[in-house]
Write a protein that binds this ligand. Structure first.
Ligand code: FES
Length: 106
């Protein structure tokens, strides 16, 4: 499942994820510095904040309440429509081609 991560400076990285892997895990495994994932995916650190590309928002679904409240701790500006915690975003075949934009800071 191909996911493209676009850094805030425009640099793009295409990474191949396994089904069920999270967007955070994919980035950390690939050494993409723009996502930290400090809490290891427990939805308790907000250092995996990303923006889902507008074209993909319908398919990535809704945030949980826990994710929503943890996002308030994100350092970069939160976009109510596109901001997600990437450890809460597991990929499936339906998300092949997903485009994720990284904030300037975590
Ligand atoms: Fe900590 Fe996502 S990795 S909230």
């Amino acid at each position: 499942i191909k996911v493209t991560y676009i850094e805030s400076n425009g640099t793009a990285h295409e990474v191949d994820l396994d089904p069920g892997q999270t967007v955070m895990e994919g980035a950390v495994n690939a050494g993409i510095g723009g996502i930290w994932g400090d809490c290891g995916g427990a939805c308790s650190c907000a250092t995996c904040h990303v923006y889902v590309d507008p074209a993909w928002r319908a398919l990535t679904g809704e945030k949980s309440e826990m994710e929503e409240s943890m996002l308030e701790c994100a350092t970069a500006e939160v976009d109510p429509e596109g901001s997600r915690l990437s450890c809460q975003l597991a990929v499936s075949d339906a998300l092949d081609g997903l485009i994720i934009r990284l904030p300037e800071t975590q």
